[in-house]
Write a protein that binds this ligand. Structure first.
Ligand code: GCO
Ligand code: MG
Length: 403
């Protein structure tokens, strides 16, 4: 039995902050788990180092389910992004260890491959429609079968999903939160036009997606869904905030545009009504923020019986360790839908050498033992943590709005 001898938290900032848990065993095998919670990284680092790590020492690393239950039920204080990211990191690291000891990639332990690879969607962004479509064409040329289109809104200085200063889009951009302005009426006029132009320029063979980033009310989202129907989107994401899951009933009554939600969800309970009532088509929860591979598998099984498929979050604030875990999960799970891909910078990739790869619009986790991702600790140590916040959003009259 491999006994846990150490659980160390590694914080690094190769262009942006990542929190990684490294669990070591007396058999010399170690495992990695991503624990990054964008803009609140140190809270999870402390939860792990101060409250979780001491409870892990001496435990049997093979008892993944038991450790999951111990950390979830044993804390008394359940759920929440900090707790669930910490549990996810432990869970992911234990799957990595089990795979390495079995000498099998994690997806084989999860039931084996259900497909040749995981279809991913890329991000096409631009200040205006033309710039966005140029970026989309570049993605299609690279082999992407699915592309998310986000464009600047005429009359608004900057908006979600559109990069500043010609760099790739990175949301956590300030030492203190930056502020942006939002106008629903300007947005609702411009979004359908982007997709009309998108279909004209790109044709009908590529899947098109769009992220609303929680900025509409249910009736506005219903209007947007109807307006988008002619362009046959793969999904509209996060149309409204989902604390009140019943919000989606109203949207669903009005439109056949498929709906995705859940990148901020951290447990099956956040999606219970959404799934049971078939109010959504894709669930966006992913490994690091929703309790690890163990909990995500439970969520996917529940979703499967209600015709909901997976669409895991995969922005750059989720580390390559999470990406590897999400790909093992996605390759194996029966009701896989799509996986988000926002490629990491070269600095990040160098800190986290990995075996996953992209070809013809699909990603594969690789066939090395475990997750197939490592951390170069010497390199990681060169990049000191740098405080960074997600922006705050206001309406044009100054009202704080959903970002
Ligand atoms: C997405 C997301 C991201 C988030 C970011 C927050 O669909 O990829 O909305 O851009 O805003 O991951 O940390
Ligand atoms: Mg999103």
């Amino acid at each position: 039995m491999p006994r846990i001898t150490a659980a160390r938290v590694i914080v690094t900032c190769p262009g942006r902050n990542f929190v990684t848990l490294k669990i070591e065993t007396d058999e010399g095998v170690y495992g990695l788990g991503d624990a990054t919670l964008n803009g609140r990284e140190l809270a999870v680092a402390s939860y792990l180092a101060d409250h979780v790590a001491p409870c892990l020492i001496g435990r049997d690393a093979h008892r993944i389910e038991d450790v999951w239950q111990y950390l979830y039920k044993g804390a008394y204080w359940r759920r929440g992004p900090v707790t669930m990211a910490a549990i996810a990191a432990v869970d992911t690291a234990l799957w990595d260890i089990k795979g390495k000891i079995a000498n099998l990639p994690v997806y084989q332990l999860l039931g084996g491959a259900s497909r040749e690879g995981c279809m991913v969607y890329g991000h096409a962004n631009g200040r205006d429609v033309e710039e966005t479509l140029d970026d989309a064409r570049r993605h299609v040329e690279q082999g992407y079968k699915a592309v998310r289109l986000q464009s600047g809104v005429p009359g608004l200085a900057a908006t979600y999903g559109v990069a500043k200063h010609g760099q790739r889009y990175e949301p956590a951009d300030g030492d203190l939160p930056t502020e942006s302005l939002w106008s629903t009426s300007k947005y609702l006029r411009s979004a359908p036009a982007l997709f009309e132009a998108g279909r004209e320029a790109l044709g009908w063979d590529v899947h098109l997606l769009h992220d609303v980033h929680h900025r509409l009310t249910p009736i506005e989202a219903a209007r947007l869904g109807k307006d988008m129907e002619p362009y046959r989107l793969f999904w509209i994401e996060d149309a409204v905030p989902a604390e009140n899951q019943a919000n989606f009933r109203l949207i669903r009554q009005h439109t056949t545009t498929p709906l995705a939600v859940g990148e901020v969800f951290n447990s099956i309970w956040d999606a219970k009504q959404l799934i049971e009532e078939q109010l959504i088509d894709y669930i966006r929860a992913t490994v690091v923020h929703a309790g690890g591979i163990t909990h995500l598998k439970r969520l996917a099984s529940f979703a499967a019986i209600h015709n909901v498929r997976t669409g895991c979050h995969g922005a750059t604030d989720l580390s390559p360790v999470c990406m590897a875990a999400a790909l093992h999960f996605g390759l194996s799970v029966a009701n896989f839908g799509i996986q988000e891909l926002m490629p990491h910078t070269a600095e990040t990739d160098a800190v986290f050498p990995h075996g996953y790869s992209f070809a013809d619009g699909l990603m594969h986790p690789g066939d090395g033992p475990g997750l197939g991702v490592d951390i170069d600790e010497t390199l990681a140590a060169r990049y000191e943590y740098k405080r960074a916040y997600l922006p705050v959003n206001r309406l044009e009259d100054g009202t704080v709005w959903d970002w």
